[in-house]
Design a binder for this molecule. Sequence first.
Ligand SMILES: [Mg+2]
Length: 407
Amino acid sequence: MKITDLKATTVTVPLEAPLRHSNGTHWGRFVRTIVEVVTDEGLIGYGEMGGGGESAQMAIAGLKPYLIGHDPTQLEALRFKICNPTASLYNNRTQLMASIEFACLDIIGKQTRLPVYKLLGGKLRDSVPFASYLFFRYPDEASGAGEVRTIEQLVEHTRSLKQQHGFTTHKLKGGVFPPAYELECYQALGAAFPEDRLRFDPNAAYSVEQSIQFAKAIEQFNNDYLEDPTWGMNGMRRVREKVSLPLATNTVVVNFEQLAHNILQPAVDVILLDTTFWGGVRACHKAAAVCETFQYSVAVHSSGELGIQLASMIHLGAAVPNMPFAIDAHYHQLKDDIIAGGKFKYEGGSIAVPEKPGLGVEIDRDKLNYYAEEYVRLGGYAYDRDPKRPEWYPIIPNDRWADPSKG
Ligand SMILES: [Mg+2]
């Protein structure tokens, strides 16, 4: 089997409301690029990439000279063809590689009539548990609804998500407001949902000292872990020396070099594997095996996904043994998806593992075309800026917090 074409279609899909994070805002929508790998046997595999609010169409088109004629079942060769670690000093293609790898796994699954999890050694769970992933949000521009800024709004939003999807783990994304205010918010969640698990992620916006203070102040809750409170492997190591909570990361351990370093000189306890950041499902699966060897737990990170990438995360989450945590997804914040049959559904906070061959999702062509036209109409957005504070940008550690009294 040979690859005969690569197609990339950038879409923009609306969110319930703009999502605020430590570096800026997802301004009411995600921009994602849907990748299709076409083969001479008529099989088409689906991939997805995104982040940063930009199109990746040109970058995927640029891979055609490398990959036309490549056998999509040759995944290790694919890695060295486009992601040789020394050649990649000039052209960092890890995230492109991930989207092509999803598509190749999808093709192999379709050819062999096996779901992707079976290509990884089979599933250990029939459904994968998710965390609620709570964001501070601006109100939706059109309806004025959906704001999450006050403590009351946050608790109400969490209650409504729990009711709607069944989440029993809640992850608060912080790094937006002053640490003392976000601590109050977290404590309110702990008081309102004493039976549930909690986790907090300020996207490395806090100083080492603020991180230690925050960790000590939340010790009494059912915490899974504290995620990336501060920046850098050494910053995390200094926090870890002083706190009793496990630390997790999706920023300082995102490749095998860093994983090895973290094992030799531990800075974090839980590795959050991102199928895009690591260069594919198989890279994450290998990393999980290294973690298992050294008795580190993993979970799955969300870099903002539509259904194709979500499927990659679910197959990974189903196949990895050392994953005692719910995984993250922005997915429930989306109003729609480009996959056939509508959005994946949560049941009891979990999503059932797809059983169809490959990733188990098909593209809804009408939706893909509609949201591609929306991208042409609306363009990209600056993920690392806040349109309501046009002059603002954060420093690390940050001291330019948003004011929680202002909408
Ligand atoms: Mg994170």
